[in-house]
Structures are given as C-alpha cells and as structure tokens.
Design a protein around this ligand. Structure first.
Ligand code: AMP
Length: 286
C-alpha cells in the first residue's frame, strides 16, 4: 500500500493508471476509520475488481467546518487508519495537508468554490451554513486528483450523497457514484468518528436517534401520519433523554429531498441531535 501526501503525485499516478486502462475506485473520508468506512472500501473493491485500484483519501477538510465547530478537536489517528486500510486491501491512501489542498487559505490565493444551490439548502445545509460548499469543493478537488471511475459514499450522510450526485451530474464529472448502507453498532447507533467524543452516559443516550427512526417506522405502519405529528413524537422522545437535544427532524422524498406533509412507509427521515456537546446525525427510509 502506498501513502501519498502530495496532490501532484496523486494526480500523476491516477493519470498513469488511466492511460493503462486501470479502473479507479475512490472512498473519500476524514479518517479515524471505522467499519462504516471499511464497508465503503469493500464496495469500491467489488466495483473495480482485482485488476483495479482502490484509493482512500484521509483529509479533515477545513472548509466544511463552520466557526465554533469541531475542526480542531476532530479525532485523528493516521497510523491506525493506515493499518486498517492495509488490512482492507486499499492500494493507495491519499492524505494531503491543508497547505497543499488550499494554498494560502484563509487570506491567500485560494478563492474558488463549488456550490450546489438546491439540495444543499435544507437540513444539514440549514443547520451548518457553508458546510456543503466545503463538501462539494473538496470532493470536486479530490475527483480531479484521484480521477476515479467509481466513488463510494455512505447512506449515513444521505443529503451529502444526494448533493454529490447532483454535482457530478450537473458538472459532468465522469464518475459513477455508489451509495453504501449505514453500518450500525449492535444497539443501532450509526457508526461515526464523532462517537469517540461521547462519555459512557452520553453513549447510552445516543441510541435515541435510532430509536426515533424506529418510533416513526412503527407509527406509519398502521397508515400515513402527518409529518407535524411525527415531529412532535420525535421531539418528545429526544427530550426524554437528559443529555440529548433535538436540532432538527425532517420527513422527505429520498431522491428530491422535498419535505412531505404526510409520512408513509418509504418516506425518508433524517434527524440531528446534540448529545452533550456532540452533534450526531442519522437517517433512514421508513
Ligand atoms: P467521514 O469520514 O465521516 O467524512 O465519512 C466518510 C464517508 O464514510 C462518507 O461517505 C460517509 O457517509 C461514510 N460513512 C460514515 N459513517 C458511516 C457508516 N456508519 N456507515 C456507512 N458509511 C459511513
């Protein structure tokens, strides 16, 4: 397994693979890897086959964090990540630094961003202004450096995957986007690098996100329910956990992300909850 730090080196290697007809599968991550990330690596490997190459990027992208968010304390452990990638059969880890990705940021000669203006507006986009601008910008940059045929994203970040699909479609990136299912802990908590922030008490209460999804699922089983009513049910459930505070809950169409007034099986649900100071998100098709 090769570790590449320099964008130019990554891009030259990818161009060589392209000339040789080698298929490239790509998994972008912010590191501190868990089984969710590794499941995306397996999907990428299946997509490109044994003759293809799988690239994982590990980069905590500063432009997708807002002021006061957790950029500085985001968990990092590159040696462990490299070991996990090696064991998972990754061919290249691309782990650039801020100076090579955004030379001169904030006041220098970095001034170009990619903005998706429709799907980015609601939910995570509304709660975290500028977040998706950072995501689309870094993913566009990474696609230019890794030149993937296939890129794999997690359903855990459903809105992000929708925004990336739209960007790829609108800007004619020659990349096929695959979305892999959310990997969960045995008690239902979606795996996330941010789960490392939780103390034991918070960790127990963090199951409230998955419980909220199950509650909504059970309520619509007997017939459509007004979104307004289900939002109240979810708010009550979250409020019953002393360390938890609901940021938002939405019910929407899986593809368009348009909110729906009536919720039924097949409607998509997403929520964000603060557990202590840690902000967690989850979503599922009901
Ligand atoms: P992150 O490192 O959190 O930016 O995530 C990198 C990629 O892994 C994104 O496409 C995420 O959606 C995906 N991912 C994160 N957690 C999970 C999970 N529990 N199951 C599946 N994919 C995940």
């Amino acid at each position: 397994m090769r570790v590449i730090r320099q964008p130019g080196v990554m891009q030259r290697l990818a161009r060589r693979w392209q000339r040789e007809g080698v298929r490239i599968g790509f998994v972008p991550t912010m590191g501190y890897l868990h089984e969710g990330h590794l499941s995306l690596v397996q999907v990428a490997r299946r997509a490109v086959g044994r003759s293809g190459r799988v690239v994982v990027s590990i980069y905590v992208n500063p432009t997708q964090f807002g002021p006061g968010e957790d950029l500085d304390r985001y968990p990092r452990d590159l040696p462990r990540d490299l070991r996990l990638c090696r064991e998972a059969g990754v061919d290249v880890v691309f782990a650039p630094d801020d100076q090579s990705m955004y030379p001169g940021l904030p006041e220098g000669r970095y001034s170009t961003y990619v903005v998706e203006e429709q799907l980015s507006r609601s939910m995570e986009g509304a709660a975290r202004p500028g977040h998706f601008r950072g995501v689309t910008t870094v993913v566009a940059k990474l696609f230019h450096l890794v030149l993937p045929d296939v890129a794999v994203f997690g359903a855990k970040d459903w809105q992000q995957a929708a925004v990336i699909r739209r960007m790829v479609d609108n800007l004619n990136f020659p990349v096929r986007i695959l979305v892999a299912p959310t990997v969960r802990e045995p008690d239902g908590l979606a795996m996330s690098s941010r789960n490392a922030y939780l103390n034991p008490d918070e960790r127990r209460q963090a199951t409230v996100l998955f419980e909220a999804i199950q509650l909504a699922r059970q309520k619509v089983r007997s017939g459509p329910k007004p979104a307004r009513q289900l939002k109240q049910d979810v708010a009550r459930l979250v409020a019953s956990r002393p360390r938890a505070r609901l940021d938002y809950v939405e019910f929407f169409d899986s593809d368009t992300l348009e909110p729906v007034p009536q919720v039924r099986p097949g409607t998509h649900m997403a929520l964000a909850v603060f557990v202590g100071n840690t902000r967690l998100i989850d979503n599922a098709k009901l």
